[in-house]
Write a protein that binds this ligand. Structure first.
Ligand code: 6MZ
Length: 335
């Protein structure tokens, strides 16, 4: 089987996908987004290295947010995103999103609508992680956290974790909130070292999150401190890798120079993800293909990557076992 076909057919696990960054042009069209906005939304794929690409990415999310500013459109968007991951042979999806209030929709409406869309589909196993935006003020973040804790009590089988995301050049990591979330039984994943900030990375690693997103500037080759890299590798915290996102945001120079190679070389746990498949015009199949092609991963390693992602997921032990059995059966037929 050719590599690309293999990557397509391999049952995959997606652990780092932002709902509003995952809207494809087709989904935006269904949501009546003006064509000019759709073109702008995909601007990053057309740019040659400009300095501020990471900050630009964050301005583009506004287009998706305009498209999902009502209950009906949020429902449709969630449904479409799940269907597209399913078509890409993703068998387990952790979707993350920031609870958002709009004139015609409260944060609670927003979260309830996404949960409704998840429960009404039976294509794949979908869990929800709720994000706290690091750019929001403490008062707003605490209000969001209280809503998350309430909703988690109602839907413990769907809401599995809390994420810290948002523009990494803005705001801070407020540990107290994540301690509170963890005490309520939620798993924690933090966007960590997306930009160079050794002080913050140290704070985050000492908190021992269940996973970290991106992790670009942790290894000393990329400007990280030796102390942070030692902490990170000793703790073996699984890394959520998003190759195309990092290349297009210009935080890594190329696929070949992606910091994931440090995790591969040191046999540390990592998983491969899309981040924002709409904004970055990618699919999980493509991300597996790029990893194999540019970082010399064999088909066997890609298969193992899917297996390790199951271990690092926030699914229940029973769900993990089911997913692993499914993957093993697939391997016996195809590898
Ligand atoms: C940090 C990111 C991100 O939450 O409205 N987001 N945060 N780094 C990234 N890498 C490029 N990509 C997306 O989805 C969009 C939101 O997710 C976060 C940003 O806060 C963005 O506004 P939701 O579904």
């Amino acid at each position: 089987m050719e590599l690309l076909e293999f990557c397509q057919k391999l049952p995959k696990i997606e652990l780092h996908a932002h709902l509003n960054g995952s809207l494809s042009p087709e989904t935006l069209t269904v949501l009546n987004t003006p064509i000019e906005d759709i073109k702008t939304y995909q601007l990053l794929t057309k740019l040659d290295c400009i300095e501020d690409q990471l900050n630009l990415a964050f301005t583009l999310f506004k287009i998706a947010h305009n498209a999902t500013n009502m209950i009906e459109s949020t429902y449709l968007a969630t449904k479409h995103v799940i269907e597209e991951f399913h078509k890409d042979n993703v068998i387990y999806l952790e979707l993350r999103t920031t609870p958002r209030a709009e004139p015609q929709m409260t944060k609670r409406d927003y979260v309830n609508t996404i949960i409704k869309a998840i429960r009404e589909q039976n294509l794949i196993t979908v869990k929800l992680l709720l994000s706290i935006n690091r750019g929001h003020c403490l008062k707003e973040s605490e209000e969001t956290l209280n809503l998350i804790l309430e909703m988690h009590e109602l839907y413990p089988d769907i809401i599995k974790g809390v994420d810290l995301s948002g523009n990494p050049n803005v705001g801070i990591f407020s540990e107290a909130m994540f301690i509170k979330a963890r005490k309520s039984g939620l798993k924690i994943t933090l966007h960590c070292a997306e930009v160079l900030n050794n002080e913050e990375v140290k704070q985050m690693l000492e908190f021992k999150p269940d996973r970290i997103g991106h992790g670009t500037f942790i290894h000393p080759t990329y400007g990280g401190s030796t102390e942070n890299w030692k902490l990170c590798s000793d703790l073996r915290i699984p890394l959520e890798c998003c190759l195309t996102s990092n290349v297009l945001c210009n935080t890594v120079q190329s696929y070949k120079e992606h910091h994931m190679c440090e995790w591969v070389e040191n046999n540390l746990p990592f998983n491969i993800n899309t981040d924002d498949k709409g904004v970055f015009s990618t699919t999980l199949t493509k991300e597996y293909f790029y990893a194999a092609h540019h970082l010399n991963l064999s088909k066997e390693s890609l298969y193992n990557c899917s297996c390790i992602a199951i271990d690092s997921s926030f699914a229940s032990e029973e769900e993990k076992l089911k997913l692993k059995t499914y993957l093993k059966e697939w391997k016996d037929k195809h590898l």
